[in-house]
Design a protein around this ligand. Structure first.
Ligand code: 0O3
Ligand code: SF4
Length: 345
C-alpha cells in the first residue's frame, strides 16, 4: 500500500502544486476597481446591478465599504449612479436605466462586449446564432438580449438534438466566455454533425483567462490527489476548474470560498494537493488555503506555470472622465490593494 492510500501521509511526501495563472483576470480587476473608485469618488452608497463579479468575499467586502447590490435598475433611487457588472447587460437594461434617469457606469468586461458585438453583426446579416452557454447565467442573458430573435441557447452537448434553425446554410456559433474548452468543442462537434455549414466565431469567445486557468489545472491534475479550487458556487469559471481537474486525473476536487470550508477528512491519505482559484477570486483567499495546508504539513509549494498573463484594461470611460475631472488617479491596482484591505470574513 502506498502512502497515498494508507490513510495517513508521511510528512516528507506532502506537497502543494500551485497553479499559475489563477485568480483575477483583467476584466474582474477592472470591474472591482471601478466599484472601489466610484466609492472613493462619489462616496457611498454606490449601486451595483447584480454581483459585480461572482465572488462572495468581493461582494461582502464592497458592501462593507458602501456598495449596494440590487437585482434590477428599478431598485435604484432616481438620479443615483448604477454600475453594471462584469458579465454584461442586454440593451434593454441600458434603456431602462436611461428612462429612470440613472447615471450608469458599464463595467462589462471588454471581452464580453466583443461577443455582444459579434452577436449584433451576425444578427444584422440575418444568421441564426447558436449561443453555447449555461441557461440563466447573467452573461448569456446579456448576450442573448442583443438579438433575441436570432439567438438560440445551446446548453452543452446534450442540448444539440433539440436545436432548430431556419436555414442550416446560415448558422454561426458563439459562446459564453467562461465555459469548459473541451466540453464546448464537443458541443461544436455535435452541432456541426447536424449543421455541416456551421461557421466558427471570428475569434475565440472563451477568453484567454478561462483557457489559461483550465490549462494549468490540466497540467497539474494527473499528479494531484486532491484539487482545491477557491471560488464561489455561482462562478461559472470556478466550477469548471473542478470539473476539468476531475476529468484530467485529479482523484478528488472541491470548490471552497474560504479555507475554513475545507474538511480535514479530504486530506486523509493525500500526498499532493493542487490549489487554484477562479477568475473572480482575490489572492488573499488562496493565501488562506495555503496557510491552512501549511499548518497541516503541506508547506512544500511548487508553482505549475501554464502561461504568463499581462493583459490589463483601462477603466470604463464614464469613471475615467470623472476621476480626471476630480484630479484622481485612474490606475488599476491588480488585486493586491483590494486583498489587503479586505478582512477574511
Ligand atoms: O462568468 P462567471 O460566473 O465565471 O463569473 P465570475 O466568477 O464573476 O468571473 C468573471 C467572469 C466574467 C465576468 C464574465 O466573463
Ligand atoms: Fe473578461 Fe475573461 Fe475575465 Fe470574463 S473571465 S471578465 S471575459 S477576462
Amino acid at each position: 500500500m502506498t502512502a497515498a492510500t494508507a490513510g495517513t501521509t508521511d510528512q516528507a511526501t506532502k506537497r502543494v502544486l500551485l497553479a499559475a495563472p489563477r485568480g483575477y483576470c483583467a476584466g474582474v480587476d477592472r470591474a472591482v476597481v471601478t466599484v472601489e473608485k466610484a466609492l472613493e469618488l462619489y462616496g457611498p452608497p454606490v449601486y451595483v446591478r447584480k454581483e459585480i463579479v461572482h465572488n462572495k468575499h468581493v461582494v461582502t467586502t464592497l458592501e462593507k465599504r458602501g456598495a449596494i447590490f440590487v437585482e434590477e435598475t428599478d431598485e435604484v433611487p432616481e438620479g443615483a449612479t448604477v454600475i453594471f457588472s462584469a458579465h454584461g447587460v442586454a440593451p434593454v437594461v441600458h434603456e431602462e436605466a436611461k428612462s429612470l434617469g440613472l447615471k450608469t457606469i458599464d463595467a462589462t468586461c471588454p471581452l464580453v462586449t466583443k461577443v455582444h458585438r459579434e452577436a449584433v453583426r451576425f444578427a444584422s446579416d440575418d444568421y441564426d446564432i447558436l449561443l453555447i452557454g449555461h441557461e440563466g447565467h447573467e452573461e448569456v442573458i446579456g448576450t442573448s438580449g442583443e438579438a433575441p430573435e436570432h439567438i438560440t441557447l445551446v446548453d452543452g452537448p446534450d442540448d444539440v438534438p433539440n436545436i432548430e434553425v431556419r436555414d442550416p446554410e446560415k448558422v454561426v456559433w458563439l459562446s459564453q466566455t467562461t465555459l469548459s474548452v473541451d466540453e464546448t468543442m464537443e458541443t461544436v462537434r455535435r452541432l456541426r454533425e447536424r449543421f455541416p455549414a456551421l461557421q466558427d466565431p471570428p475569434s475565440d469567445d472563451i477568453c484567454y483567462a478561462t483557457q489559461n486557468r483550465q490549462l494549468a489545472v490540466k497540467h497539474m491534475a494527473p499528479d494531484t490527489d486532491l484539487m482545491i479550487v477557491v471560488g464561489s458556487r455561482n462562478s461559472s469559471n470556478s466550477v469548471r476548474l473542478v470539473e476539468v481537474a476531475l476529468e484530467h486525473g485529479a482523484r478528488a476536487g472541491h470548490l471552497v470560498d474560504y479555507a475554513d470550508e475545507i474538511d480535514e477528512s479530504w486530506l486523509d491519505g493525500v500526498s499532493t494537493v493542487g490549489v487554484t482559484s477562479g477568475a473572480s477570486v482575490p489572492e488573499i483567499l488562496v493565501r488562506g488555503v495555503l496557510d491552512y495546508l501549511s499548518e497541516r504539513g503541506y508547506d512544500d509549494v511548487k508553482p505549475v506555470i501554464a502561461a504568463e498573463e499581462s493583459l490589463m484594461f483601462s477603466l470604463p470611460n464614464e469613471i475615467r472622465r470623472d476621476l480626471k475631472a476630480a484630479g484622481m488617479s485612474d490606475k488599476m491596482r491588480h488585486d493586491g490593494a483590494f486583498a489587503e484591505a479586505g478582512s477574511l470574513h
